[in-house]
Design a protein. Structure first.
Length: 85
């Protein structure tokens, strides 16, 4: 972060930026490698559990929105029927 601020404060030309490209690219790739080492792969049990939770949640939300849609739809139909008489 401090490097970024220090580099941002210095006026740079296009040539200087071009010359520093390999260094910045190398630094970026080192950071990527460092972060990728921190990544862990979930176990099969964890994947099953989270998949089950997602599927159940989707069905709950689907039922909720179906119910709300029916209630609002019937309310609008009733309102329009009363206004048209």
């Amino acid at each position: 972060m401090a490097k970024t601020i220090a580099v941002a404060e210095q006026p740079s030309t296009g040539i200087q930026q071009l010359k520093s490209l390999p260094e910045r690219l190398g630094s970026f790739l080192k950071d990527v490698r460092s972060e990728m080492r921190k990544v862990i792969t979930p176990s099969r049990t964890e994947v099953k559990a989270t998949t089950t939770i997602v599927i159940v949640t989707v069905f709950i939300f689907a039922a909720y929105f179906w119910l709300v849609d029916n209630i609002i739809g019937r309310g609008i139909e009733a309102l329009l029927h009363r206004l048209s008489q």
